[in-house]
Design a protein around this ligand. Structure first.
Ligand code: NAD
Length: 489
C-alpha cells in the first residue's frame, strides 16, 4: 500500500517488533476489492506465551503500576504518534476494514485517538487513595483508607469491526490504570494492530513488556489468554457466543472478565414523532459501516397505524444509501469484512423469506459490484419480534421493521430480546421519550437523535450484551482492584 504498511508482518513482544516464531505469515485482504494487502505475522502459542511472560514480568518487577505520571506521558506519546500517522492510518483503515471514509473522522479512527488524552488525564487526576476516616470497629481505634490498584496482566481480545476504537478503548484505560497488556487482535484486521504496535515500540517510552501485540490467523489462540494463570483479567469484545466461551474458560483460574458482546437494539418511534425524520435517521444508522456495529439499532419499532408510511420512508432512504466504495467520502454503507460474513448475512436474508418476511428494499448482493463483499441495504417487513431475524444479530446492513401499539408495547418489544446493548427513541415530547428511555433495559440510549459516544461516556451491555463498561471513569475502574487498609491508632 505505502511505505507505512511495509513491515507490518510483526508482533510486539517484550518491547521488540518480531516475526512470528517459525516465521509464519497470513494474508490480510481489502474487503472492497478482495485484493491482498500484504502479510501479517501468524503468531503461535509460543509467541503468546512469551508475550504473557513479558507482561507479567513488567507488571511484577517494574514501577509501571505505581507511576501514573509516567504512564500519562507514555499515553500522550502514543496519542502523538498515532496523530502524526493519522493519514496513513486512515488509508489503512479504509483498505483493511472497508470502513467508509467519513467514519474515519469519528469512531473508526480520530475519536479513539483523541480519547487517549482522556485516559492520560485520568491517570494523573484519579483519586488513587481515599481517606475513609477514623472509626472504632470492635472497639479498636483505626484510620481507614481505600486504595485503588492496577489489576495486573490484561489479556485484551478484540474484533474487526471498529478495530482502532476497540483496541484503543481497551489498551488506553488498561495502561492508564497501571496494568500491562497482551492484545490479541482479530485475524481480519491484523495490520491495524501491527501499526499500533509499531508506533508504540518506535515512538513511545513504554517499557518492554508493558504492551504486547500478538496477531494470529488462529482464533483459538485467544483462548490461551483466558486459561493462562499469569493473566489476571480478560477484556473481551466480540460475539456473545465467543464471550460465553471466554467466561467459561476464565472460571478455572478465577480471572476477572470484562465482556462487550453483541446486540439487537431497538429504534423506537413514538406516534408524536416526525416520522420521516425518524425513518431517515434509523435507515442511516442501519446502513452505516454496512451495519457492522454492535450498538447499531437493527429493529425499527413504529406505530402500527403508520407502518406502511414508515416502510416507504425507511426503504427510500436505505435504497439511496446503496453499498459503495468506502474510499468515496459520500459512502455510508461499504463492504462487509469477509466472504464468510457476507454468506452468513445472505443466510439470514433467506431465513427472513422462509419466516414469511418480504424486502421493501435490498435482499441480496448489489448487481453493480462484481468484486468485494457487498450486501444491499435491506429492509425486512411483515414479521413480528418473535422471528429469528428480529431476535438474532445479523451484523449486516439489515433492518427489521416492526409495528407497536403504543409506548408500553414498544418498550415490551424492545426488551423482548436476549440482548441489551443500545437503543434509540424519537418523540415530539422529550419527557415522553425520557420515560421510554428509562424503561428499556439497555446500556445506552439515544433520545431524539442524541449521540452518546465519547471517551468519557461508559458503554456496555445489559443481559447477553456483556458484563462491565468500557470508557469513562467506570471503564477505567474495570482495570482496578480495591484494597482497604486500616491503620491502628
Ligand atoms: P468473534 O467473537 O468471532 O471474535 C472476537 C475475537 O475473539 C477475535 O479476536 C477472535 O479471534 C477471538 N476468539 C475467537 N474464538 C475465541 C476463543 N475461543 N477464545 C478467545 N478468543 C477467541 O467476533 P467478531 O466476529 O470478530 O466480531 C463481531 C462481534 O463482535 C459481533 O457479535 C459484535 O456485536 C461484537 N462486538 C461487540 C462490541 C461491544 O462493544 N459490545 C463491539 C464490537 C463488536
Amino acid at each position: 500500500m505505502s511505505s507505512f504498511t511495509d513491515g507490518l508482518d510483526v508482533n510486539l513482544i517484550d518491547g521488540k517488533l518480531v516475526p512470528a516464531s517459525g516465521g509464519g505469515t497470513f494474508e490480510t485482504l481489502n474487503p472492497a476489492t478482495e485484493e491482498v494487502l500484504g502479510a501479517a505475522a501468524d503468531g503461535t502459542g509460543a509467541d503468546l506465551d512469551a508475550a504473557i511472560g513479558a507482561a507479567r514480568r513488567a507488571f511484577d518487577t517494574t514501577d509501571w503500576s505505581t507511576d501514573p505520571a509516567f504512564r500519562a506521558r507514555c499515553l500522550r506519546q502514543l496519542q502523538a504518534g498515532l496523530t502524526a500517522h493519522v493519514e496513513e492510518l486512515r488509508e489503512l483503515t479504509i483498505a483493511e476494514v472497508g470502513a467508509p471514509r467519513f467514519l474515519t473522522t469519528f469512531a473508526q479512527l480520530e475519536a479513539p485517538i483523541a480519547d487517549l488524552g482522556y485516559v492520560a488525564d485520568l491517570a494523573e487526576s484519579y483519586e488513587w487513595q481515599t481517606d475513609l476516616g477514623a472509626a472504632k470497629p470492635a472497639g479498636v481505634p483505626s484510620h481507614r483508607y481505600l486504595l485503588r490498584e492496577a489489576t495486573g496482566v490484561v489479556g485484551a481480545i478484540t474484533p474487526w469491526n471498529f478495530p482502532n476504537q476497540i483496541n484503543l478503548a481497551k489498551v488506553g484505560p488498561a495502561l492508564a490504570s497501571g496494568c500491562t497488556v497482551v492484545l490479541k487482535p482479530p485475524p481480519d484486521t491484523p495490520w491495524i494492530a501491527a501499526a499500533l504496535a509499531r508506533i508504540a515500540a518506535e515512538e513511545t517510552d513504554l517499557p518492554p513488556g508493558v504492551f504486547n501485540v500478538v496477531n494470529s490467523s488462529d482464533h483459538a489462540i485467544g483462548a490461551q489468554l483466558s486459561t493462562d494463570p499469569r493473566v489476571d483479567l480478560v477484556s473481551f469484545t466480540g460475539s456473545t457466543a465467543t464471550g460465553r466461551k471466554v467466561m467459561a474458560s476464565a472460571a478455572e483460574t478465577l480471572k476477572k472478565v470484562f465482556l462487550e458482546l453483541g446486540g439487537k437494539s431497538a429504534f423506537i418511534v413514538l406516534d408524536d414523532a416526525d416520522l420521516a425524520g425518524a425513518a431517515g435517521l434509523a435507515a442511516f444508522t442501519a446502513c452505516t459501516h454496512a451495519g457492522q456495529g454492535c450498538a447499531i439499532t437493527t429493529r425499527l419499532l413504529v406505530p402500527r397505524a403508520q407502518y406502511d408510511e414508515a416502510v416507504e420512508a425507511t426503504a427510500a432512504t436505505m435504497s439511496m444509501l446503496a453499498a459503495g466504495d468506502p474510499q468515496d467520502s459520500g459512502t455510508v454503507c461499504g463492504p462487509v469484512i469477509s466472504a464468510r460474513q457476507r454468506d452468513r448475512i445472505e443466510g439470514y436474508l433467506r431465513l427472513a423469506q422462509e419466516e414469511g418476511g418480504s424486502f421493501a428494499t435490498g435482499g441480496g448482493r448489489p448487481a453493480d459490484r462484481d468484486k468485494g463483499f457487498f450486501i444491499e441495504p435491506t429492509l425486512i417487513t411483515g414479521l413480528d419480534n418473535s422471528s429469528r431475524v428480529a431476535q438474532e444479530e445479523i451484523f449486516g446492513p439489515v433492518l427489521v421493521i416492526l409495528p407497536h401499539d403504543g409506548d408500553d408495547d414498544a418498550v415490551r418489544i424492545a426488551n423482548d430480546s436476549p440482548y441489551g446493548l443500545s437503543g434509540a427513541v424519537q418523540s415530539g415530547d422529550v419527557d415522553r421519550a425520557w420515560a421510554v428511555a428509562r424503561k428499556v433495559r439497555t446500556g445506552t440510549m439515544g433520545v431524539n437523535g442524541g449521540v452518546w459516544y465519547g471517551g468519557d461516556v461508559p458503554f456496555g451491555g445489559y443481559k447477553a450484551s456483556g458484563i462491565g463498561r468500557e470508557s469513562g471513569v467506570l471503564g477505567f475502574e474495570e482495570y482496578l482492584e480495591a484494597k482497604s487498609v486500616a491503620v491502628g491508632l
